[in-house]
Design a protein around this ligand. Structure first.
Ligand code: ZN
Length: 243
């Protein structure tokens, strides 16, 4: 069994389509989606429809998804993110808005705990270093947790009480460490590690291995739609830089 883990899709349909094609070619049959499905990009409804129709999918909400339906305080966003989320709110149909009203930023599956931000604050906190990772290890007794929100593919392991983190390279096979693990698949729709390719993670629960996949996609197409929608230009520019 192969599980594809996707986070921070950010309404980027071109990136989602490329990632799904890559995941299906590698026999992914289940999907875990860690939130921030919308926000920043130009295709919020289409990307939500795309992930909702995935077979065997577990979906949680990110802070942008919650903000789009008034469940997260937009005054905590920077001005570009706030502008984008107000535009996004007007793009969603009523059924989608009602559904987003019920999603939580945390879920438990047979494979793992899922959170958008962190275990101690699933909607908002960024796990950006080993201190923050240690706080999440202390907040619950999970063996494996997938998280998103930082847009960086990274692994934090807790072995014999000590927490160590490292970035994950494209297509590197990782054997999950003995002990406990926090894993971030990076961002499908707005990578921020300097590599503009979409990022997601393939997980094999039986073998306990994982692999980050970086996938080229039609960046120019996504940029054209952002500009045509009248969204802030920086949201188009940053896709080409992966920042
Ligand atoms: Zn995000």
């Amino acid at each position: 069994m192969r599980v594809a883990v996707l986070s921070d899709l950010h309404a980027n349909l071109e990136a989602l389509e490329a990632v799904l094609e890559d995941a299906r070619a590698r026999d992914a049959t289940a999907f875990l989606v860690l939130g921030d499905i919308v926000g920043y990009g130009a295709d919020p409804q289409a990307v939500l429809d795309g992930v909702r129709s995935l077979p065997g999918a577990t979906l949680i909400a990110g802070n942008h998804d919650l903000a789009a339906v008034g469940r997260f305080d937009v005054s905590l966003f920077n001005s570009v993110a706030a502008t984008a989320i107000r535009w996004t709110a007007g793009q969603l149909d009523d059924a989608t808005r009602a559904e987003l009203g019920t999603w939580e930023p945390r879920a438990t599956t047979p494979e793992a705990l899922l959170v958008h931000g962190s275990v101690r604050d699933p909607a908002a906190e960024y796990i950006v270093n080993e201190t923050r990772a240690a706080a999440s290890f202390a907040a619950d007794d999970f063996a494996l947790c997938f998280f998103g929100h930082t847009h960086l593919p990274v692994l934090y392991a807790q072995v014999d009480g000590r927490v160590a983190g490292r970035m994950l390279a494209d297509d590197e096979e990782i054997a999950l460490p003995e002990g406990r693990t926090l894993l971030n698949p990076g961002s499908v729709g707005q990578p921020r590690d300097g590599d503009p390719r979409a990022s997601y993670l393939l997980f094999d629960p039986e073998a306990r291995t994982a692999r980050v996949r970086r996938v080229a996609y039609d960046i120019a197409g996504a940029q054209r739609k952002i500009r045509a929608a009248g969204l802030p230009d920086v949201l188009a520019e940053r896709l080409a830089e992966g920042r």
